[in-house]
Design a binder for this molecule. Structure first.
Ligand code: C2O
Ligand code: CU
Length: 684
């Protein structure tokens, strides 16, 4: 609905500008007319143009109102402040003041000569200025439809209002000249086109916008070194460095693993080869399996990734020193170097790990793998299969695949067995999965169990970029098919897994990614049964933050992009979320942009309180990566119980790379590490 309304708004804004623009040109010409016939003709056109314009004003008001009421004030804010506050009163004034006068003049079929009275009506300042000003406002309105004023609105709104005032002053002085001339003579002379004046105006526009562009480009250049400690206030004698935040002493590890980052050519099931960056030569990296409560030690060795690597344990609330973010909790590990990660695997569930040095590039190239923490009490499932979705970069573009399978994979499973699929989306965009041929249950989201899941069928499971979903089913006598797809490639051949007792596909339900477009999407907020939670919507929060996302064309580090801003800003200018240990924190996400933003908070789990203003009514929905779709609003809460400096960013890593990231900072925590091109660390 959001995208449609915004598109509609852009179209109406265009039509509005067209109608008021034409009206402005016509009304300016009117007093200069000599022949009454032509005068009347123009007047009639003007009448039509104004009526059409007034209609579009009403339409626009309706659209903005529907947006505001349906989606929230944030979705109506830009248009209301920037354009409607002027459009509504001025166009209303024009309708009541000028329209009756035009109508009267047209009806009055007098002589062939224009009456001085008629001319005066059209030269009236209350006619000329409002109509021409409406053209200015609707131009701005069209502009705002594409370049929002964004939060914080104040500076741009001041600029816009200044522009409005300047144009009214200009129109006023011009009109003064017109009416004065009219007082002195019957006839007005259309001002001669002055090439000098025209070129002066054109030149100043070119120079002005060029200068604006250039300064924006220069200003966007990132400093070579960004100290991640720099902004922390409350930097007192009690301050603690992230490097000290290792948690409780752990003793001898239960599980030791070595992950070696190395370049390697890997072949997909279709035969396509990839110049990959791997862990231990495998793609995806080796699956790490531990039991809940065990101490895991991972030795990271960088063989030949020139820019360095790191490992972040996505979704696991490790102590801050183990979080693996280059420039925040450690330096990137250079070729030939090693780094030891050690933590207790306290939460059971489906997780993944990936490099958090140049994450957008390194994850794309393959530096990631699944991390499964088995619960203390063994699951009653007999088959557990990790399904890792990724888009591999090949010579012929991106290829969707589950693990290394870019073709349909076949797996034999005995009927009657309980199967758990651990779906992991290691891609930037939300990905849809569908399981055909059996009823199934979603038993966990982001490693958090769902309370009393119910049976589902013909339902699209949309997994956020970086998110996970665990699905269980009992293997039937006939085959079951898992299909993965995304909106950007509904028409490509199926990527998925065929489960059957004997490897044959006989009797398989015919689904394909094209067909699944019509299946309803799984709604976690209504799924399962409620359970008491440590906090909810009615809790009193120690801190509340609101993060509004916009798409704004602009520069990042000297390059032009469609930026995704958080409260109008991109990193390193984004505000940080400053908390103290023990705080109960509520965060509201509002997505006014046209892309999905899977928001990922490190080191904590967020409890979803509401989606689009509606309370979550199903099982408690805990998440670490929450997809906020265009037009959506979410309220989430978390307990600040894991001191450190934590990233909170969009897990569309391409968005994070151009600044869609901020940090959750605990008061008194500092870091010796730095980010920037003059340091070894580029976390995104
Ligand atoms: Cu999966 Cu900040 O990362
Ligand atoms: Cu994003």
């Amino acid at each position: 609905m959001f995208e449609m309304l915004y598109g509609f708004d852009a179209i109406v804004s265009g039509l509005l500008f067209l109608c008021w623009g034409i009206s402005a040109i016509l009304v300016r010409r009117l007093p200069f007319q000599v022949k009454r016939k032509k005068f009347l003709l123009i007047l009639k056109f003007l009448l039509l143009a104004i009526i059409a314009a007034e209609f579009f004003v009403i339409l626009k008001v309706a659209i903005v109102m529907i947006n505001g009421i349906g989606l929230g004030w944030e979705f109506a804010e830009n248009m209301t402040v920037g354009s409607l506050t002027f459009l509504i009163p001025v166009s209303f004034f024009t309708a009541v003041y000028f329209l009756p006068r035009i109508a009267r003049t047209i009806r009055n079929n007098g002589t062939d000569v224009i009456q001085q009275e008629e001319r005066k009506i059209t030269a009236d300042q209350f006619v000329q200025i409002p109509i021409r000003f409406l053209a200015v406002v609707s131009f701005a309105s069209l502009f705002i439809a594409f370049v929002p004023l964004v939060d914080p609105m104040a500076p741009k709104v001041t600029l816009l209002f200044g522009f409005y005032v300047a144009s009214i002053l200009y129109l006023y002085t011009q009109n003064r000249r017109l009416t004065r001339a009219l007082e002195h003579s019957q006839m007005l002379v259309w001002p001669r086109f002055s090439i000098t004046r025209f070129s002066l105006i054109a030149l100043s526009i070119v120079i002005g916008s060029g200068a604006l562009f250039f300064t924006a480009k220069e200003e966007s250049k990132l400093p070579g070194v960004i100290a991640m400690s720099h902004e922390i206030s409350g930097h007192t004698e009690h301050s603690v460095s992230v490097t000290e935040l290792k948690g409780l002493p752990l003793g001898v590890p239960d599980r030791r693993i070595t992950l070696r980052a190395e370049k390697k050519q890997v072949t997909l099931s279709s035969g396509t080869t990839i110049e990959a960056w791997t862990f231990n030569g495998e793609l995806p990296g080796p699956e790490i399996q531990v039991r809940q409560g065990e101490v895991l030690e991972v030795k990271l060795i960088n063989k030949d990734i020139e820019d360095g690597v790191s490992i972040h344990w996505h979704g696991v609330n490790v102590p801050n020193a183990m979080d693996g973010v280059a420039g925040v909790t450690q330096d990137a590990v250079q070729p030939g170097e090693t780094f030891i990660y050690k933590f207790r695997a306290d939460q059971a569930g489906t997780f993944w790990y990936h490099s958090h040095q140049q994450s957008s590039k390194q994850v794309r190239k393959g530096l990631f793998g699944s991390l499964i923490i088995e619960p203390k009490e063994k699951l009653d499932t007999e088959e557990e299969i990790s399904v890792v979705y990724h888009n591999w970069e090949t010579k012929n573009g991106f290829v969707p695949a589950l693990g290394l399978y870019d073709t349909l994979q076949k797996k034999k499973i005995k009927p009657g067995k309980k199967v758990r699929l651990r779906l992991i989306n290691a891609d930037n965009l939300p990905r849809d999965f569908i399981l055909a041929g059996t009823a199934f249950q979603v038993v966990a989201i982001d490693g958090n169990n769902i309370n009393k899941p119910s049976d589902l069928k013909k339902t699209r499971l949309s997994v956020a970029g970086g998110g996970r979903m665990d699905v269980e089913f009992i293997m039937p006598d006939h085959p079951v098919k898992l299909i993965a797809a995304g909106e950007d490639f509904f028409d490509t051949p199926d990527v998925g897994i065929l489960f059957s007792k004997d490897g044959s596909s006989q009797g398989v339900e015919n689904v394909n990614s094209n067909k699944m477009k019509n299946y309803p999407v799984f709604k976690p907020e209504k799924y399962g049964s409620p359970l008491s939670t440590p906090f909810d919507l009615s809790s009193s929060f120690d801190r509340e933050f609101k993060l509004v996302f916009d798409s704004v064309p602009g520069f990042y580090d000297g390059e032009f992009h469609s930026l995704y801003t958080i409260n109008g800003k991109v990193f390193p200018k984004t505000d940080m979320l400053e908390v103290e240990e023990g705080d109960l924190v509520k965060t509201t996400f509002v997505n006014r942009s046209f892309m999905d933003h899977p928001m990922h908070l490190h080191g904590h789990h967020m409890l979803v309180l509401s989606r689009n203003g509606k309370k979550v009514t199903g099982s408690p929905w805990w998440t670490d990566t929450l997809n906020v779709a265009p037009g959506e609003t979410y309220e989430v809460a978390f307990l600040a119980n894991n001191p450190g400096i934590w990233m909170d960013h969009c897990h569309n890593l391409d968005h994070a790379e151009i600044g869609m990231t901020l940090h959750l900072n605990y008061k008194g925590v500092t870091t010796p590490f730095e980010i920037g091109k003059d340091t070894p660390n580029q976390p995104e």
